[in-house]
Design a protein around this ligand. Sequence first.
Ligand code: SF4
Length: 253
Amino acid sequence: MASKHKIEWTEKTWNPTAGCTKVSSGCKNCYAETMAIRLQAIGVVGYENGFKFNIVPQRLNEPLKRKKPTVYFVNSMSDLFHQDMPIDYLDQIFDIIKKTPHHTYQILTKRADSMFKYLANKKIPKNIWLGVTVENKSEGLHRIDKLRNLKASVLFLSIEPLLEDLGDINLENIDWVIVGGESGNKARPMEKEWVVNIKEQCETYDVAFFFKQWGTWGADKVKRNKKVNGKELEGKIWQKYPKIIEKKFALEI
Ligand code: SF4
């Protein structure tokens, strides 16, 4: 069964693999690693080896059983393009996506090169949104160049945790930008100016901007409970979705 989640920008998670390996600065305080150790302790399927990457075939067919159109975040606890992912299993995951056009699948990775290699010469199903994480300039910005050349319905950036001012970002072909600060005791601070810089570029280039949260460090640079820090930026909530989902939500109302 897909796990319950607390991610504001999706509806449900689907984790046909579990575990991962740290690849860049954004991974330092990985939430999935902490969760995997807890899930291992209570005997949840897929976490027998803690945070070690493995496939979880027991979860592969979950979307087939769900009739209600759902926006799935694929692999909230792993990375679909992990170096140990067997290609035939990745093919099976994409087959499930093709067989369930009533669902929407948000696929986010830090392994942009592997995603590009796998998808560059394939017809990407319309119900897939593709995203890359961008935590800083040196490790994150080049991932956007791989992403922008893939032909998916929605291309998005998850700029979380934002670790520095990203400067000028090339937003060509990008539909949606999510920004957030880090949570937890070891969280690294995020400065308001860095977030405003991204928001202004999104406004200039007509890209939907979604500010998720401040995290452990508030806009005033004080460390406290993330719920208290909230998600207001300059006195407002900024939580836009790409136009495609705005239409979908409008139809449901
Ligand atoms: S890629 Fe994601 S899941 Fe994997 S270690 Fe990094 S933050 Fe964790």
